[in-house]
Design a protein around this ligand. Sequence first.
Ligand code: FAD
Length: 506
Amino acid sequence: MTSEPYRIVILGGGTAGWMCAAGLAGLLAAADYDITLIESDEIGTVGVGEATLPHIKSFNDRLGIDEAEFMRATRGTIKIGIEFVDWLRPGARYIHPFGTFGDRWASADFQHHWARARLAGTDGRSLQDYSFAVAAARANGFEHPNDDPKSIRSTYSYAYHFDAGLYAAYLRKWATARGIRRMEGKVLDVVRDTQSGDVASLTLASGDEVAGDLFIDCSGFRSLLLGQTMGVPWLDWSAWLPCDRALAVPCASVAPLTPYTRATAQRGGWTWRIPLQHRIGNGHVFSSAFCGEEEARRTLLDALDGAALDEPRLLRFQAGRRAAGWAGNVVAMGLASGFLEPLESTSIFLIQAATTDLAGLVPRRGERVDPRMVREFNRLFEIHHDRIRDFLVFHYTANERIGEPLWDHVRTMPLPDSLAHKLALFRESAVAPDYKLGLFSRDSWLSVLEGQGVLPSAASPLTRRLPAADLQARLDDLAMRIAVNAADMTPHADFIAGYCASEAAS
Ligand code: FAD
């Protein structure tokens, strides 16, 4: 058994490379690992990816990252949900909130009580009216959630919007201060062990050889190590998710500072709007089979709230994932492992999940890669990707945008069996997917199911123990408490100004 530290080489210094480096530096014992990250200024990074999910807060907390300092450094804002505009049909809108519907009810999940009252004709409210996060978002308010579980103000969580370039720079500084070695240079060749086929070392343009025990491929869409070198096949999901292009452009800020991302359906795809402290990030994800680049460009520029700050930049992609995330001694993260369009801001979550999964399975000093750990990593990798795929596909498929070719196509395409099952279950029994692992939680599904016009025809028998009059009184009281408390929230812009004001805040 060697006493040398275990050598990990990360190829790529985009969001994936630096999140992984920071995560491993923060989670693993420094003395046992020798971690090097290689990045190439000449190749650069994708530089988009500015909206996140609440899980990022637990990632940052585990690493001990100070929230105020982090938000100041990345010009970050708060995100308590995503507003979907025109997805069901033009004029319709709803919010996918980061929080629960209702408060804590005994006997059955809240949506069953709501469905029972709705089916009895006693309650005409939308599920949206029972989400504190929705009400706070509509009021443009934000305060940190209350710790008291009895308070309606404890029923939400939050994520961040941030500048992708500043985020990578922040993580780079954080990780290199904790012992990650950074090398600048372009990898020109990959040397493999002739017996095992594992990667032995990477050869840089300078001639330097970087040897390692485990290689983490964060090389972006190129997938230089997992795809090109190890030959792990690509699973193409474009039959379900036909968007394959994005145009991205920043614009000047406007008031109010909204605490949510907006995704607006368009003829050939959808546009995003991500408000930061110093600008708004915008983009148009579209399908080249249904929308030309010039039409997408015009749609994007017409949708801007402020003056464009740059020329729109085009990115090409295909929806899908690698058949496995770990092969031999190569693990991939970020765009090197797969791509799902940013409709629910899931890519950064997937990097975080891969990093924490890997940190729990990585060999220790003196060990070799254990095939059982590889299988477990790949099991989790598949679960994460496949569940997100179903959720994204569902946003498209349940639409009433009749006569628009892209939307007609996605409404009538055959669904993955796993998604068809979820929809039938909800329609017939109000049961929504509820995963303890990964994405998405029950409340996320509920928001999009109702928002896309899918409603249950029955509620759980467990709701029957509550008399109908008591049920309605509880629902009325809940809706009232939500409305009163949301109206009282600090404006998001004031929260940001106060929280990120000075170094003293950190
Ligand atoms: P990249 O940023 O491409 O980085 C690749 C790195 O590898 C670079 O440092 C490059 O220099 C290096 N490299 C490559 N080849 C070599 C070589 N031969 N030698 C040396 N170095 C090399 N995610 C979200 O979570 N939320 C969002 O809102 C969101 N929006 C998105 C919008 C669009 C249009 C797209 C395309 C993606 C979006 N994403 C979003 C995804 C997110 O941008 C990516 O997951 C994230 O940026 C990670 O990228 P990466 O680090 O994998 O790749």
